[in-house]
Ligand binder design. Structure first.
Ligand code: CA
Length: 134
């Protein structure tokens, strides 16, 4: 009889952990903010057209390390790690969260873009946590 009681009171550790993480999530709303990924360099073939780091291509190439609908994007020059903004150091034909990043050689004074890499700010996966804690 005693054994049966012990069995029924054994913890559902996974459920407990999920509830704990959910509580942390509720205590710290910052967790709802997006999270920056590592730097991705999906394209290094600059010579012909320029550098394109499109979100759809990055999401296809790097899978769950990236995301298809980032909340923010930043690009940097691969060689110097200098982070680029809309004003440069070069002219960009795309630099947005809908499409991604594009630098065209034809738009540059020297006719050649640097090689860039991009980081995406992806939504944290709190929704799956909420589901598992139910
Ligand atoms: Ca690149």
């Amino acid at each position: 009889m005693q054994r049966q009681v012990n069995r029924t009171t054994s913890y559902d550790w996974l459920g407990l952990l999920s509830k704990l993480l959910l509580s942390l999530h509720q205590l710290y709303p910052d967790l709802d903010q997006c999270q920056w990924t590592r730097w991705f360099n999906g394209n290094t073939e600059i010579a012909s057209k320029g550098d394109t780091e499109l979100i759809i291509e990055i999401a296809n190439k790097f899978g769950t390390m990236a995301c298809s609908y980032p909340e923010d994007i930043k690009a940097r020059v691969a060689s110097t790690k200098e982070v680029a903004d809309e004003n440069g150091p070069e002219i960009y034909s795309k630099y947005n969260t809908d499409e991604g990043f594009m630098c065209l050689n034809s738009q540059q004074l020297d006719g050649l873009c640097e090689d860039y890499e991009v980081s995406l700010c992806c939504a944290r996966k709190c929704n799956s946590l909420k589901e598992s804690a139910k």
